[in-house]
Each structure stands twice: as C-alpha cells, then as structure tokens.
Design a protein around this ligand. Structure first.
Ligand code: SAH
Length: 231
C-alpha cells in the first residue's frame, strides 16, 4: 500500500492526465485543458476501472466510456462551436463526462444536451454530474440529459452549434444533419467493422461538407435491443 502522504488525490491524477494530453499535443486549447481539469474523470468511471488511464473502460450495458485522448480530440475539433452561449448536443452521452465538459465550455448562457437510450446510464450520469464541476449547469438547466433514441437527435433544442456522437453510426443520420445550425459542426464516428471519425461542417449557406479525421473504434449507434443483446 502506498503511504497516504505520497499518494495523490483524484484531482491530482486528473490534472496529470490533462498535462500528459497537452504534452502529446492532443490538447492545444487552454480552455479545453481548463474544462478537462474541472471535470474529474474519476467521478465518471465505475469502481474498479482506471479513469486516468488512456483507454476506453466498460460502463455496463455493452457500452464504454471513451479514452481520454478521444474526449480531448473531440473537444478540440468542436472548440470553435462550443463558445459561451452556444448549443451542444451529445448523442450517446453514456457516463455524461463529455456532456459535462460541453456544459462548461458553453457556460450558463449556453445549452448542453445529452441523449442516451439506456435509462440506467442516464440516471448514473446525472448522479455523476451532480458531484462534478458541471453541477451548477445541471441545477440551472443549462445542462440536461434525456432518455431517447439519439439517431433522432433532440429536436426540442435544435439547431445546435456542435453535435458530438459517441457511438458509430452505419451512416450519418439525416436528422442530426438537419439539427445542425448553419456554421455548425458535427463530429461522428461512421462505419461498422472499419470506422472513420467524420467532421461534418454545415456552411452558412446550408451546404454540408464531410471529411475523415482519423480511424476509430466505437460501440455501435443502434437500437437498445440490439445493444443489450450483443455479446
Ligand atoms: N461519450 C460517452 C460514450 C459512451 S459509449 C462516454 O464517453 O461516456 C456510446 C453510448 O451510446 C452508450 O452509452 C450507448 O448506450 C449509447 N447509444 C448507442 N446507440 C444509441 C442510440 N441509438 N441512442 C442513444 N444512445 C445510444
């Protein structure tokens, strides 16, 4: 056992994780670093997991929390669309970690909306967020998480400046493109066996461009039944 005097607290470990992501050049924006420091990942990973280790971790229900470098990369890709007062949608919000980061990016004048189809994960994510740096946003309604099929987005609060999809879709869902604001950006993993993280930009004139950022491996964006019965 480590002596208590030399063991670092959870937030120290979170801080070191953020520093490492900076050193590797995955985090470049100081705002992203600040937000990832304020939301302790340790609160979002179930007991027995290694929250600060750069790997996805199981969260039950055949789902995983994404690796820290993926969360950081997505925050970087969306940074310009997560300015104070903007609206962000997190599809497949899982643990709620990234939704909490979005809420701190857009602040109390903005909106961060999570959509997740497993009710138990939604309940746990809300409990996690209550303990985190994004608790004020949850209390004042700037952050909300809903049980729904994320392939339909969340039309009530559309259009969004930023949409993040945390599960891989066979193709880009049309409803999500529709709910993107002109000038908005969506980051979405697309594919089945082989997946690409795609960056979808809707220009001010409404035209849409899509580019591949990197190869990734996410759990599928699918029906609740298919997810729970996958082995
Ligand atoms: N960003 C989350 C990722 C969780 S894994 C995190 O890091 O914690 C992907 C999540 O997408 C899972 O929680 C899964 O339940 C959810 N999901 C898959 N298909 C979905 C759908 N059609 N609608 C809503 N959520 C979905």
């Amino acid at each position: 056992m480590e002596h208590a005097l030399w063991s670092s607290g959870a937030s120290d470990k979170n801080k070191s994780m953020v520093e490492q992501l900076r050193r590797y050049g995955i985090i470049r924006s100081s705002k992203v670093a600040e937000v990832m420091e304020a939301v302790d990942r340790g609160l979002f990973v179930p007991p027995g997991g290694s929250p600060y280790f750069d790997s996805p971790m199981p969260i039950g229900y055949n789902a995983t929390i994404s690796a820290p470098h993926m969360h950081a990369a997505c925050l970087e890709l969306l940074e310009k669309n997560l300015q104070p007062g903007m609206r962000a949608l997190d599809v497949g919000s899982g643990t709620g970690y990234l939704t909490a980061c979005f809420a701190l990016m857009v602040g109390s004048e903005g909106r961060a909306v999570g959509v997740e189809h497993i009710p138990e994960l939604v309940d746990t994510s809300i409990e996690n967020i209550k303990k985190s740096g994004a608790a004020p946003q949850l209390n004042d309604g700037a952050l909300s998480i809903h049980v729904a099929d994320g392939r339909e987005g969340w039309p009530e609060l559309a259009p969004y400046d930023a949409i993040h999809v945390g599960a891989a879709a066979p193709q880009i869902p049309e409803a999500l493109v529709e709910q993107l604001k002109p000038g908005g950006r969506m980051v979405i993993p697309v594919g089945t066996m082989f997946q690409e993280l795609k960056v979808v930009d809707k220009k001010l004139d409404g035209t849409v461009s899509v580019r591949d950022e990197t190869s990734v491996r996410y759990v599928p964006l699918t029906s609740k039944e298919a997810q729970l019965h996958a082995n």
